[in-house]
Design a protein around this ligand. Structure first.
Ligand code: PRX
Length: 663
């Protein structure tokens, strides 16, 4: 589509039209070809979930032993839970690798890795990946790792991350991937909470041309984690690295000594497969636990239907494996389907803003799954970066991580998809294991900006202010009223948090997101309703940032809110009051920012630090975050009643300062 035609199309759509039908060419070849087929399959999944999931499990996974029960759950229990395939036995790495080795997939690319330096490419066929995983599994066993033990993987986007995960899965160890952009302190907390005694890292990493000293960060964390006995280090860059004798080992050396034969452990479907930490409304991230059976099945089935996966596709999920999207779609879902998954180490804008399109062209990517923040940043750079590349191999596009505006959606659809590729917005969360609400491509009409309809087996509802189901187009809390196989097993060693956060009201799972449902039954997600921000698709708790700020002695109080940001989606706005006598200057501001970066990581860097004389509080002393959010967002015309505040004048002061601060 030419630029002018596209601009006219977007304008027309925004002003007049609300839905876009999939093209007949796409629907004709799709796995689910029509709305009627989707409706029928959805109906079956809800009317008889046990039969539906039993059939899916038999069709999509290989089991060592079949299950005794398909689905067991109680959302009203003192300890709410859902379990799938109890008694069933399988192995996730066997399902992702071994079973593809007996036929044509043996020499198919399982993982194509593109390093940040353009010339660094590795292709792992299923056979090669299987061998590497077996060797890594043997290496872990030799170091004493046993079934049920936790292994922390603090690695950048390199193949050893996927190999490490699958190696853990193979021997029944529980992997706990920590995003390599997180700080030493965040890493330490996760090592402690998971109780891991083995950590895998790399000596360095690349990030937009800079070299990250990952081993250095890991050393800082390990200095405070005496329980960690072994640290395996991947040599990513040939550069001097300090190794601690007795504790640190080179990945390459250890792997060379191992054989590529390793029998997969037979795991109970409800045994944990991994722990992944995520932010909530407390200062401490929660370890979300996913199991071997239900999770793997849900990742596999959603990968297949949400992306209409074809045997010959190159599937590129751009998410970092340090987050759930990378776990479910780059690794488990893609490989369980025997697909070709592309792993990219770089960033969209380095060395130039056309990097994604260069990669799409180079490997003939067919399915691209990325985040609105990347789409917005590419929109900002302009379409000339796209036009220089042949991206005609793309046939399907996905979006995940935060609400996508109709405008960004339409840009993605028209500039990248050329009006040919369906766009599936996919709403889900770390806790859900896989996609929950989406537009099944080829089958369901798209509404730009709406996540659309539930995936099979998912029964979401919007609960209004009075606790009853909200009316059409009325906003409320998004909840899910019955379980689905990808649902988390729990919060690691914290049943109480699982209940308090997700089941404060017995009977349904509370997502933490706001939504409304339109007259066609389409869901529109409006964003978090709890104290969680979504910054460039990263989930960050306001309490985590506040706790890092008040760690500075000068700070009396801190209140952090998200505010609309043109590229990041949400920016981080920190209101800070200081103690009597403290000097407010650039040095203090820099130290506050540094404290957040060292406690959490650069992703949580506050965009605005607003020093205030006081914060708006109720007479009982509760900080009025609603008001702080409005001031940060500059929506002060409808601040409502401030007369209940203990000191109403504070609000005007904050508004004035905000105008000066972001002039
Ligand atoms: O607020 C929702 C937002 O991201 C949250 C989940 O974050 P996380 O667990 O890190 O997982 C992100 C990747 C699945 C949700 O509670 N979110 C995710 N996808 C969407 C979204 N918000 C709107 N639309 C989406 N498609």
């Amino acid at each position: 589509m030419k630029k002018n035609t596209r601009a006219a199309f977007i304008r027309h759509m925004l002003e007049n039209e609300h839905t876009i039908e999939p093209t007949p060419e796409f629907s004709y070849k799709a796995l689910i070809r029509s709305r009627q087929d989707y409706d029928e399959m959805y109906r079956r999944s809800i009317e008889d979930p046990e039969a539906f999931w039993a059939q899916m499990a038999a069709e999509h996974l290989d089991w060592f032993k079949l299950w005794d029960a398909v689905e067991e759950y109680d959302f009203t229990d003192e300890r709410p839970y859902a379990r799938y395939f109890r008694g069933g036995r399988l192995n996730a790495s066997y399902n992702c690798l071994d079973r593809h080795l007996n036929g044509a997939r043996r020499n198919k690319a399982a993982l194509i890795w593109q390093g940040e330096p353009s010339e660094e490419v590795e292709v792992y066929t299923y056979q090669r990946l299987h061998r590497e995983v077996c060797k890594a599994a043997n290496m872990l066993k030799r170091l004493g790792v046993r079934r049920g033990d936790r292994v922390v993987l603090y690695l950048p986007m390199i193949p050893q991350l996927a190999i490490g995960m699958l190696a853990c899965a193979r021997i029944g160890a529980i992997h706990c991937v920590v995003f390599s952009g997180l700080s030493a302190e965040a890493l330490k907390d996760r090592i402690d909470d998971s109780g891991a005694t083995v950590v895998v890292t790399s000596n360095y990493g690349y990030r937009a041309g800079k070299i990250l000293d990952l081993k250095g960060i890991c050393d800082q964390a390990l200095a405070l984690c005496p329980q960690v006995k072994k640290c395996i280090v991947v040599r990513r860059i040939d550069k001097r690295t300090d190794m601690t004798v007795g504790r640190d080992l080179w990945w390459e050396d250890r792997m060379a000594a191992e054989t590529s034969v390793c029998e997969p452990e037979s795991m109970e479907a409800t045994d944990p497969l991994f722990i992944l930490y995520t932010s909530g409304s407390t200062a401490k991230p929660k370890g979300i636990v996913h199991g071997n059976g239900g999770y793997l099945l849900y990742a596999a089935v959603t990968s297949k239907y949400v992306f209409d996966l074809k045997e010959s596709d190159v599937f590129w999920c751009t998410a970092d494996v340090g987050w759930i999207t990378g776990h479910s779609y780059l690794v488990y879902g893609a490989l369980a389907n025997g697909a070709t998954s592309l792993m990219f180490e770089g960033v969209p804008t380095y060395p130039q803003p056309d990097r994604y399109w260069e990669v799409v062209e180079k490997f003939g990517v067919n399915v691209l799954y990325t985040a609105p923040t990347a789409i917005r940043s590419m929109m900002k750079e302009g379409e000339q970066w796209v036009n220089g590349h042949d991206i005609g191999s793309l046939r399907m596009l996905g979006s995940v991580g935060e609400p996508i505006t109709s405008k960004a959606w339409l840009w993605y659809y028209s500039a990248i998809g050329q009006g040919r590729c369906p766009v599936a917005d996919t709403w889900w969360q770390t806790e859900s294991g896989g996609v929950m609400i989406t537009t099944i491509p080829g089958a369901v009409d798209m509404k730009p900006g709406s996540a659309a309809l539930p995936f099979f087996g998912v029964l979401p509802k919007v609960i209004g202010a009075n606790g009853a189901e909200a009316a059409t187009n009325e906003a409320g809390n998004l909840v899910v009223t019955r379980p689905w196989p990808g649902m988390a097993l729990g919060v690691y060693r914290n049943d109480q948090a699982f209940k308090d956060v997700y089941f404060p009201t017995p009977g349904y799972y509370l997502t933490g997101d706001g939504a409304y449902r339109d007259e066609d039954g389409y869901f529109w997600i409006t964003g978090r309703i709890d104290d969680v921000m979504n910054v460039s698709g990263h989930r960050i708790g306001t309490a985590e940032v506040e706790s890092a700020l008040v760690a500075c002695l000068e700070v009396a109080e801190a209140a952090v809110v998200g505010y609309p940001h043109p590229v990041k989606g949400e920016g981080i706005y920190a209101y800070v009051t200081v103690r009597e006598g403290a000097v407010i200057d650039d040095d203090l501001r820099a130290r506050l920012v540094k404290s957040v970066r060292t406690t959490i990581g650069p992703i949580a860097t506050p965009d605005v630090v607003h020093f205030a004389r006081a914060l708006p509080k109720t007479r009982s002393g509760k900080i009025m975050r609603r008001i702080l959010r409005k001031i940060a967002a500059r929506q002060t015309e409808d601040l409502c009643d401030v007369s209940t505040l203990s000191e109403p004048a504070v609000v005007d002061e904050l508004i004035r300062d905000n105008e000066r601060l972001i002039a």
